[in-house]
Design a binder for this molecule. Structure first.
Ligand SMILES: *Cc1c(COP(=O)(O)O)cnc(C)c1O
Length: 414
């Protein structure tokens, strides 16, 4: 209780949250809160998010307990919601930014530039110049052209060499096909850095987003150790930073992944007391903190099949189905047709299809999903909608993802 109310006080004063209403929730109060919002804005019935800041603080506690020596740099691209960013900042997180605009949004929170890593291995020259002008002095690279750009525009920048994780095949979104030096490229790249009189202070990797096999961290940390040894063999100054990237899941897989990381750090870097270990979790902090409520705007019955249209879809928040290969689910909230029993406990269910609002058949959110009989103006509530959802939605067909409102809550997990 004590630690949670203390974090609530800290969060209420943080940029992105300050001045906004934050509703305290009891343990199972989310559905009631969603209904309160629905009844207070009956007219528009626009979709909305609820961001549970209490869930974010609980995840931070979990991270700190499992990986006390690994400093998180939250990956802004996963969900740049200002209240989430402000909360992460208030809890002491650092940030992984991939563009000028992401850096600007973090600096605007009053976060010092030394809490930012510009972790995009391929940056536009104008963005590099901007990083130099605001004092963001840590970045990643995996090519000699990138070294040349950094030499020209930001020679004071410290570098991490991004290596390809040996095994990201099990990830939902592998990153290896695009980023990371191959083993035989590491030595020539380190030599190119030396020739450019820049400084490599460490190694970075990303095992792929949505990693399903925790052992990938072990193999990647072993590969990082090899790169550390290569630097030593080349007579370079001792490297001192290991960036283990993202890929962490906010579920039971996290304890497995964190144990695997800890064991690998111990076996490959056990006696290196000068080592700083950082990570770039995105999904871990964002995914479960957001719940999306959508309104049923249309219905069609075909025999036993029930088909519903809702006011968000593949071109909006559910773009995660395509880009993030996500599995999503939803629950009925029949607060219009069944006010006495809005969650429809005990009701008969039907195999149902859920369509998004745009005029494209691709815009299909769920098929074969069991739902009770619902009516137009009832709601569907989607949990775990914080990672790679609103961040990458479009305005296609006049449905503006960016104008979906987010209501703030703080649940007490104790
Ligand atoms: C996307 C990305 C992340 C975040 O990955 P998650 O799987 O969401 O944790 C971290 N670092 C880099 C460089 C990324 O591109």
């Amino acid at each position: 209780m004590g630690s949670s109310s203390k974090s609530l006080q800290t969060i209420l004063g943080t940029p992105g949250v300050r001045g906004k209403r934050v509703t305290a929730l009891s343990k199972d109060g989310l559905t009631d809160f969603i209904q309160t919002i629905i009844f207070s804005k009956q007219e528009t019935k626009e979709p909305f998010y609820v961001l549970d800041l209490g869930a974010v603080t609980t995840l931070m506690d979990r991270w700190t307990r499992a990986l006390p020596t690994v400093r998180p740099y939250y990956a802004v691209k996963c969900n740049p919601d200002p209240a989430l960013l402000g909360t992460m900042a208030a809890m002491g997180s650092s940030f992984d930014c991939a563009s000028r605009a992401e850096i600007e949004s973090i600096l605007a929170l009053g976060v010092s530039p030394d809490r930012i890593i510009f972790a995009n291995p391929c940056k536009a020259e104008s963005h590099i110049k901007y990083a130099a002008s605001v004092g963001v002095n840590l970045t990643t690279f995996d090519s000699s052209d990138e070294i040349e750009k950094i030499r020209k525009w930001h020679p004071k920048c410290a570098l991490l060499i991004r290596i390809k994780a040996p095994d990201d095949g099990g990830a939902r979104c592998p990153l290896g096909p695009k980023y990371g030096a191959l083993p035989e490229e590491v030595a020539p790249l380190l030599q190119a850095v030396q020739a450019a009189r820049l400084t490599v202070i460490g190694v970075s990797f990303h095992v792929g987003s949505g990693a399903t096999n925790s052992r990938v961290y072990q193999r990647a940390i072993a590969a990082a150790k090899t790169a550390f040894n290569t630097a030593t063999q080349l007579g370079m100054p001792r490297m001192r930073v290991l960036n283990i990237g993202g890929g962490f899941m906010p579920n039971t897989q996290f304890s497995e992944a964190s144990s695997s990381v800890k064991a690998a750090l111990q076996s490959y870097f056990g006696n290196d007391s000068g080592l700083t270990v950082i990570a770039e979790p995105g999904r871990f902090f964002a995914e479960s903190a957001f719940t999306l409520a959508t309104n049923i705007i249309g219905k069609r019955i075909r025999g036993e099949l029930r088909e519903y249209w809702i006011n968000d879809g593949i071109y909006g928040s559910m773009n995660c189905l395509l880009y993030d290969h996500a599995n999503i689910t939803c629950k009925a909230l029949a607060c219009t047709s069944n006010r006495a029993n809005p969650t429809c406990k005990g009701a008969r269910t039907y195999s149902s299809t859920v369509f998004g609002p745009t005029c494209d058949a691709l815009d299909t959110v769920l098929t074969g999903h069991q739902l009770p009989e619902l009516q137009v103006n009832d709601w569907l509530v989607f949990p775990n909608m914080g990672a790679y959802t609103a961040a990458s939605g479009s305005n296609f067909n006049g449905f503006h993802t960016s104008s979906i409102l987010t209501y703030l809550a703080f649940s007490d997990s104790n």
